[in-house]
Each structure stands twice: as C-alpha cells, then as structure tokens.
Design a protein around this ligand. Structure first.
Ligand code: FAD
Ligand code: DLZ
Ligand code: SF4
Length: 508
C-alpha cells in the first residue's frame, strides 16, 4: 500500500532517512511550501527564498531519480497551509494511511506530526554523527556537560585528525594560536556569488509579494540553492579561507562581513552538504599542506564538536528549553534589532549586515548583538525569536541552545559555564567598529561612555549573588569592587538612564 514520504525544507538530502525507507515505485514524496512554516517567526526574506528555491530544485532532482513527488507551492490554490494539513490532503488523494518522516529539528513540528490522525513513523535523523541515545549515554552521570570532552569523543568516533588513539599534533585543541584581530586586506578572495536562474527568479517574485514587511533585504540574492552550488561554496572556502580560519575566527571588520568564515551553515543545515564530507575535505587540506593544523582543528571542532553538542542539548532538555529564563530578564527587544537607528556603531554594523545578508558570523552574534541583549536584560524568548528569524542558517535545534544557552545564559549554565558578557574593550580589541563610533570605548562614564561599559557593570551588579562565587568571574567582581563608591554609583545611574532612554525609543 502506498505510503507518504515527508521531506521537510531542511531535509534536502537524497540519503535522508525517510527516503531510504521509501519504495520509489510505490510511495509518494510529499514536499510543501506552507504558511505555518514560513511564518512561525518573521523569517528573513533571503532565508525563505533560499529554502523554497532549494526545495523546488531538490524535488525536481528526486523526480529525475524516479520518485513520484507531490510538491505544493505556497501560492497553489489547494495549499492546506501547514505540514499536517498537506499530509492529510495528500493522504485523501492517494488513499495512503501511513507516513514515513525523518524527525524534524523542532519540538513544535514533532508534536504536530505525533498528533496527526495518520500512522506517522518518525525515523531518527541520522544526518548527524551523534544519535540521541549516544548523547544521552555520554551525558549520563556527568555533573556538567562540557563541549570539549564531548568533542574528543567525536574525534575518536570519526577518526578525524587522529593518530591511532592520540590527537594529531599531540593536542586536542589549538585555540591558543587562534583568535587574533584582523586587518582590512585587499587580497582576501571574495565570497563567490551564485548566478540567478528561472526557478530562483520565480521564488524571488513570490517572496517579494508575500512577505513585503519582513525585516531583511531580499535582493541582491547570491546564495547557492542546490547541492552542486553548495559544493562549489565549500571548495572555495577550503581553498581560499580555511588557512586563515582559526587565526581570525573571532575578528570583526566592518567592510568584510565574511572574513575567513565558511558561510556554509545554511547549506549544511538543510542537507545540501553533510558534516563528514566537509570535515574530510578540511582534513585533506591539512594533509596536503594547504591549511595549518590550528585552522583545520578549529574548523572541524565547530562541526563535530559545537554543532553536534548543541543538538544533543536541545533534544535532551526537551520542548520547554527554548522558553528558559534563568536570569529573569524581561526587557522588550529594542527596535535597534529591527533596524532602528543607533549611535552604537557595532550594533549598527552587525544588524545592518544581518538585514542585507541574512548572515553574521559567530562572534558578531555572540559578542555584539547577543552580548548587548544580555547586558540590557532583554527577555531571552524575544532574543531567541529574533535569531531564529534573521539568519539563513537558523533552525531551532541549533539556534535555541546557541541563543538561549550560550548567548543569554537563560538555561542557567547548561551550555556554558559563565555568561558571555564583556565591556566595549573586547569589541575594540577584536574589531574596527569603535574607531568610527559616536561613543568612546575608553570612557566608563560620561556623555560619550560606551554603553557596553555602563551595562557591563550594571549586569554584574544585578546578578552579583549568582555569579560572585563563579571562579571564572571573580576577577570581574574584584575589578568592580576596587572602583571608588562615587564612580560605582555614577556607572549605575548612567546605565539606568541609558536603558530608560532606549526603552522610550530615543536615539541611543
Ligand atoms: P563558520 O564560522 O565558518 O563555522 C563552520 C561551521 O561550524 C558552521 O557553518 C556551523 O555549521 C558550525 N558551527 C560553528 N559554530 C557553531 C555553533 N556554536 N553551533 C553550531 N554549529 C556551529 N548556527 C547555526 O547553524 N544556526 C543558527 O541558527 C545559529 N544561531 C546562533 C545564534 C547565536 C546567538 C550564536 C552565538 C551562534 C549561532 N550559531 C548558529 C552558530 C554560528 O554562529 C553559526 O553556525 C555560524 O556563524 C555560521 O556561519 P559559517 O557557516 O560561516 O560558520
Ligand atoms: C524554515 C522553513 C520555512 C520558512 N518554510 C518551510 C516550508 O514551507 N516547508 C517546509 O517543509 N519547511 C519549511 N521550513 C523548515 C521547517 O521550518 C523546519 O523543517 C522545521 O523548523 C524543523 O527544523
Ligand atoms: Fe560598540 Fe562601544 Fe565600540 Fe561604540 S564604542 S562600537 S558602542 S563597543
């Protein structure tokens, strides 16, 4: 009897579990552009266009391979508007009662599929290196879960950068050689821009008409939208940027949004690339002398370490994780995140880049927009929804642990051992933003004091009881305690005044 094979927008891999279990001559693949998925947050128009174009091209490739595909476009008159609705419609059309689905990357959609009046089998998403049960077994009995130890297990499991039982170069982690500031460099090879085609053009027109008010610029659109293009982007990164990846991983330059980053997260997260093929190419570049070990190790750690680790946390912590608010923060997300004018050059640059490109690299997300939201005490759910909306690579399983956990410390320390907060000094060291800012990064108080400096102390005081005994934060408290009382009072008063002005919608 015919079965329906569900392929979601972020499951565009011919080897995805549900497709492996289906029978070409018998089953019908269901793919659908639907309003619920396109609007559970106001996704960046580039993200929607990327996904719909990649879905359309993937469905055509499946047909060429002999699959029968029932594909629904967003503007089809019969579109039921949701994934369960589309499955029910296709079930009625074909007489199918069974659905094979690969587990979605979001509790919301898992729940919706489990509640359906059809026989739905959720198969493990084995595009990842670590299954839920393997993560559970690793986490079991540990007081704290730290990525570094998990990562070593993944190195052993994959054999990447290993010499027998030992890590290549005798160390697991080469980060002490990384994280240097970068200089504007005329010779950095530009990120390759994809050419348009008829499928993309039709989707761009659709997205323009249907999502006119979503934050973000739709055009120009340069992302790749199929596997061949994603492979080209990966090869470009391995050849031109991987050698500088580690050293400049944390650097930020206002005229260079990508620096030495890979810009492959969006392809990897939808299945156009696989984690192991990426890591093997990076490893090969080390062995052929094209990239140094500090770069290759650092890059591979992001993929088999951080990426798998945060996924493990998301599924281990359960459906309520994304709503965590351990620090009790309740400020509304300021308008500057949606492009309202600001005198803080770092925020203006990162939000502007996000609006134009649906991309910001890790340190921009963590130490500029994330840091500011945490210092200002913004409600973590609002921060989470913003990150889920604005980046082309954002899916809840990876975005929520990074935002709610790593960036906002709203999970109380499951992902990270201390909050990622810093004054303006860190941003000044790692970027060229402060040079052209209205505020003065060296000023701790006064009219031109950098708001990150004011809010940094404000945050430490607000949460003194929680963090004063944390050994990784003790130095911060000692520095504050050494300030004279008048200075301390002034910092707090000015921080309060800044927050009040921001809440009132004044230009800050
Ligand atoms: P590179 O810097 O070149 O790194 C290579 C790859 O490593 C990435 O493509 C990604 O697959 C992986 N990676 C690196 N860091 C992480 C990490 N912390 N967690 C998981 N994978 C990682 N990443 C997402 O894929 N989706 C998200 O929605 C997302 N939201 C984030 C929100 C916040 C607040 C923060 C601080 C980080 C977030 N990240 C997210 C992690 C990271 O910022 C992005 O993976 C990275 O910026 C993507 O750009 P890139 O492909 O150029 O990555
Ligand atoms: C993000 C997204 C968007 C914008 N639209 C669709 C869609 O129309 N159809 C679809 O199958 N998937 C879409 N997605 C991806 C899903 O939201 C994603 O599969 C879940 O969030 C689980 O990760
Ligand atoms: Fe950002 Fe402060 Fe530097 Fe201005 S001075 S760019 S607000 S860190």
């Amino acid at each position: 009897m015919v079965k329906l094979i569900l392929v979601l927008g972020d499951q565009l891999d011919a080897g995805v579990h549900a497709l492996r279990r289906g029978v070409k001559m018998r089953d019908v693949v269901v793919m659908a552009e639907v309003a619920t998925e396109a609007s559970y947050v106001p996704h960046h128009p580039k993200k929607i266009a990327f996904l719909f174009t990649a879905m359309r091209k993937f469905s055509a490739a499946l047909r060429e391979q002999g699959w029968q595909v029932a594909y629904t476009r967003l503007d089809d008159a019969e579109n039921a508007g949701s994934i369960p609705g589309e499955l029910l419609r296709r079930a009625a059309e074909t007489g199918a009662t069974e659905v094979l689905a690969t587990e979605p990357g979001e509790w919301r959609l898992i729940g919706a599929l489990q509640d359906m009046p059809l026989d739905v089998t959720l198969l493990p998403d084995d595009r990842f290196l670590c299954s839920h049960s393997e993560f559970e077994a690793w986490a079991e009995g540990r007081k704290t879960l730290r990525m570094e130890y998990f990562y070593r297990e993944m190195r052993r499991k994959t054999g990447l950068l290993m010499e027998g039982e030992h890590p290549l170069g005798s160390k697991w982690n080469f980060d002490h050689e990384n994280r240097k500031p970068a200089k504007a460099d005329l010779f950095r090879v530009a990120f390759p821009k994809a050419q348009g085609d008829a499928v993309l053009d039709a989707v761009l027109d659709l997205v323009e008409a249907r999502f006119p008010d979503n934050f973000g610029r739709l055009r120009p659109f340069h992302f790749q939208t199929d596997r061949a293009g994603a492979l080209r982007a990966l090869d470009h990164f391995i050849t031109h940027s991987l050698p500088g990846f580690g050293t400049y991983q944390d650097a930020m330059l206002q005229d260079d949004p990508y620096l030495y980053h890979a810009v492959i997260g969006l392809y990897l997260n939808v299945g156009l690339l696989t984690p192991l093929e990426i890591c093997k190419k990076a490893e090969a570049a080390y062995h052929s002398g094209e990239a140094p070990l500090n770069a290759v190790e650092g890059f591979i750690r992001q993929i088999i370490g951080w990426r798998e680790f945060v996924r493990g946390i998301y599924f281990r912590e359960g459906a309520d994780y994304a709503a965590s608010n351990a620090l009790g923060h309740d400020r509304a997300l300021p308008g500057i995140y949606w492009g309202a004018e600001t005198k803080m050059n770092c925020i203006s640059q990162v939000v502007g880049q996000t609006r134009d490109l649906a991309y910001a690299h890790h340190i921009q997300r963590l130490m500029v927009t994330g840091n500011f939201a945490l210092l200002a005490g913004v409600h973590p759910t609002e921060v989470h929804e913003w990150y889920l909306a604005v980046y082309a690579d954002a899916y809840e399983w990876v975005e929520a642990p990074n935002t709610v956990g790593m960036s906002q410390f709203a999970d109380g320390g499951i992902v990270g051992s201390k909050p990622y907060v810093s004054s303006g000094a860190y941003i000044d060291r790692m970027s060229d933003y402060c040079k052209s800012c209205h505020y003065r990064v060296k000023d701790r108080t006064g009219e031109k004091a950098c708001p990150f400096n004011l809010l940094y102390w404000h945050f430490l005081i607000r949460h003194r009881d929680r963090f004063v005994a944390n050994p990784r934060m003790a130095q911060m408290y000692r520095t504050f305690d050494k300030m004279d009382q008048t200075r301390r009072d002034m910092v707090l008063t000015e921080a309060e005044a800044f927050l009040a002005r921001m809440d009132a919608g004044d230009l800050v």
